[in-house]
Design a protein around this ligand. Structure first.
Ligand SMILES: NC(=O)c1ccc[n+]([C@@H]2O[C@H](COP(=O)([O-])OP(=O)(O)OC[C@H]3O[C@@H](n4cnc5c(N)ncnc54)[C@H](OP(=O)(O)O)[C@@H]3O)[C@@H](O)[C@H]2O)c1
Length: 299
C-alpha cells in the first residue's frame, strides 16, 4: 500500500476531532478539515478547511479530491450518514477510511442489533463490503472509555460528592484511553497503513476497575467517607432497552445502554488484554500516573 500523506477529518470540531487533528498535524500529515459550516479562526491557517454537505455524495467527492485517508469523528445523527461519506471517499479515490466509533465494545458482535451499536455496525458492514470488492480499505479504532471523560464526569465516580455506584461488584475490568492518545493512535494507524489494513486496532492506556480506583482514593485520602451503592449492569441494560422500546430516545436512556455494556467487563470484551499499543506508539499509564489522576480529582 502506498504511503498516506494527505488526510481529511470529518467532524474535527467535536470532542474527539480536535485531538485527532492535533495527532495528525504533529505526525506531519497534510490535513484537511471537512465541516458543515466554517467558523472564522477555528483552525490554524495551515489547515485547509472545506464546507461539505454530509447528505451529498457530490459535495463530499469534490472535497475529497487528492485525499489519501479519511478519518471520521462525526457525532450524533451524522453517524448513520457515514455510508454517504464512504461512497464519496470511494468515488474520490480515498485509500483508507476510519469510521467514527472510538468505542469500548462497539465492535462486539453480541451488540450489533442494540440501539447505539447498530448504527456503527451498519457503517462497518458497508465499508467492509466495499473493501471486499477492493474499492477502499478500512481500520476501526477501539480505545475503551475516554479516560478524560471518565474522570471529569460522574460516570464511574462522583468525585465531587464522594459518591460511587459500583456496577455489579465493582470489579469489572474496562480499557480506557485519553483523548490525546486517541489522536496519536489515529496517526499511528495511518503511519502503519499496511499493518492496520482492514482490521480492528485496539489501544488501551490502562485497564481499570471501579474498586481499583476506590482503593487508591481511600489510600490517598483516608479522611473521605465514600457513599457506596451497587447496581447490576444487567438491570440497567434492561431499563435502557425497555425505555427505547417504549419510544424514550432521551440521552439518559441511551447512556443506560452505553454504560451498562461498557462497564459489563468481560461480558462484552471491554478490557483489551492484547493491544496494538506498541505499533501505534502508545505508552501505558504507570500505577503512579494513575494515582496522580485520582489525586487530582480528590483535590
Ligand atoms: N469511548 C468513549 O468513551 C466515547 C465517548 C464519547 C464519544 N465517543 C465516540 O466518539 C465519536 C465522536 O464523538 P464526539 O463526541 O466527538 O462527537 P460530537 O462532538 O457530537 O460531534 C463531532 C462533530 O461531528 C460533526 N457533525 C456533522 N454532522 C453532524 C450532525 N448531524 N450532528 C452532530 N454533529 C455533526 C460536527 O462538526 P462540524 O460542525 O464541524 O461539521 C461535530 O462537531 C463518536 O463515534 C462517539 O460514539 C466515544
Amino acid at each position: 500500500m502506498s504511503e498516506i500523506k494527505s488526510v481529511a477529518i470529518a467532524g474535527a470540531s467535536g470532542n474527539v476531532g480536535p485531538h485527532v487533528l492535533k495527532g495528525l498535524a504533529e505526525a506531519k500529515f497534510q490535513v484537511t478539515v471537512l465541516t458543515r459550516s466554517k467558523k472564522p479562526g477555528a483552525y490554524d491557517s495551515s489547515i485547509r478547511v472545506i464546507e461539505v454537505d454530509y447528505t451529498s455524495v457530490e459535495s463530499l467527492t469534490a472535497a475529497l479530491q487528492g485525499i489519501d485517508a479519511l478519518v471520521s469523528t462525526v457525532g450524533g445523527t451524522a453517524i448513520e450518514s457515514q455510508t454517504t461519506i464512504i461512497d464519496a471517499a470511494i468515488a474520490a479515490g480515498v485509500k483508507r477510511f476510519i469510521p467514527s466509533e472510538y468505542g469500548n465494545c462497539t465492535t462486539n458482535p453480541k451488540l450489533e442489533s442494540f440501539p447505539v451499536y447498530s448504527s456503527m455496525a451498519k457503517i462497518r458492514q458497508h465499508v467492509q463490503e466495499k473493501a471486499k470488492a477492493g474499492k477502499i480499505t478500512w481500520t476501526v479504532l477501539a480505545c475503551g472509555g475516554f479516560l478524560d471523560f471518565l474522570f471529569a464526569r460522574p460516570i464511574l465516580f462522583d468525585f465531587g460528592n464522594h459518591k460511587v455506584t459500583l456496577y455489579d461488584e465493582g470489579d469489572n475490568r474496562m480499557s480506557s484511553t485519553s483523548l490525546p492518545n486517541i489522536g496519536k493512535a489515529i496517526a499511528g494507524i495511518l503511519k502503519n497503513a499496511a499493518a492496520t489494513k482492514n482490521r480492528i486496532v485496539r489501544t488501551s492506556e490502562i485497564i481499570l476497575t471501579q474498586n481499583k480506583i476506590l482503593k487508591i482514593a481511600q489510600g490517598l485520602r483516608p479522611d473521605i467517607k465514600w457513599e457506596i451503592n451497587t447496581v447490576q449492569t444487567s438491570s440497567i441494560l434492561k431499563e435502557g432497552l425497555e425505555g427505547i422500546s417504549a419510544g424514550d430516545f432521551s440521552t439518559p436512556t441511551f447512556m443506560k445502554i452505553i454504560i451498562s455494556t461498557a462497564l459489563a467487563g468481560d461480558v462484552y470484551g471491554c478490557a483489551y488484554d492484547e493491544t496494538d499499543n506498541e505499533l501505534l506508539g502508545i505508552k501505558e499509564l504507570t500505577e503512579k500516573d494513575f494515582e496522580k489522576l485520582i489525586a487530582e480529582r480528590l483535590g
